[in-house]
Design a protein around this ligand. Structure first.
Ligand SMILES: Nc1ncnc2c1ncn2[C@@H]1O[C@H](COP(=O)(O)OP(=O)(O)OP(=O)(O)O)[C@@H](O)[C@H]1O
Ligand SMILES: [Mg+2]
Length: 213
């Protein structure tokens, strides 16, 4: 059976850190339209700090390495996204404590716990124009595919497609959470920055966790 190794999880995090660095200006541009123009800088600060700890991540079990990622994000990112992504990885680390590899089923649980942590912390529902609009459908798509015995490759491809559709769905929405909500109607017709960075997280997962590296 396919399993996801600790090295693959590290590859995922590393690939995502690089993607964030590449997309930093784009994420900040999106946040300048409906926020305070710092999402790219916030995320990049956090994931560059994670990247600097790559040697420390190596050789750790998945729970331990995800905990380092979480604590690094919480202490370096600041703002809403730092706390929310930090919570995602902290919840993910709790369900993977002591594990050196994950079955697809266990990986879906990681995503579900991460999502639940973000929702508990940020109280955003689908349609509030936040990262949850990309994350929730992606996690659901992955769960559905794994429950239907589809391959991990297939499940992650479906999760990426669902995250992208969720991201696009934020464009016509009026924000109801975070700084963008202060804009009311003026937040309409803009793509949510956090939903965009979440879409990249799934893209990077599909590139690194499926043997297509
Ligand atoms: N309560 C929330 N629940 C889920 N996601 C949220 C929430 N509040 C904000 N976000 C997400 O965080 C993104 C903004 O992240 P950023 O790094 O710019 O932090 P920030 O400037 O402190 O946040 P904000 O502008 O929301 O106050 C938004 O695009 C949205 O996706
Ligand atoms: Mg911001």
């Amino acid at each position: 059976m396919t399993t996801i190794t600790a090295d693959q999880i590290i590859a995922w995090i590393e690939r995502y850190s690089i993607r964030i660095a590449e997309q930093k200006e784009f994420l900040t541009k999106l946040d300048s339209d409906i926020g305070d123009a710092d999402h790219g800088a916030n995320m990049n600060r956090g994931f560059q700090a994670v990247l600097a700890k790559k040697a420390e991540l190596q050789g750790k079990d998945i729970g331990a390495l995800l905990k380092i990622v979480a604590m690094t994000l919480i202490s370096t990112v600041g703002g809403a996204a730092g706390a929310l992504y930090g919570t995602f990885f902290l919840q993910a680390s709790n369900v993977t404590a002591g594990k050196t590899e994950l079955t697809p089923e266990e990986f879906v649980l990681v995503l579900e716990k991460g999502l639940a942590g973000i929702v508990l912390r940020g109280k955003a529902a689908i349609g509030d124009k936040t990262m949850v609009d990309a994350l929730h459908p992606a996690v659901k798509a992955c769960r559905r595919a794994i429950a239907a015995n589809e391959s991990l490759d297939q499940a992650l491809a479906e999760a990426v497609a669902a995250a992208e559709a969720g991201l696009q769905s934020t464009i016509p929405l009026m924000a109801r959470r975070g700084r963008a909500s202060y804009l009311g109607e003026r937040s309409v017709n803009h793509q949510d920055p956090g939903a965009t960075s979440t879409f990249f997280l799934f893209e990077c997962a599909a590139e690194t966790l499926t043997g297509k590296q």
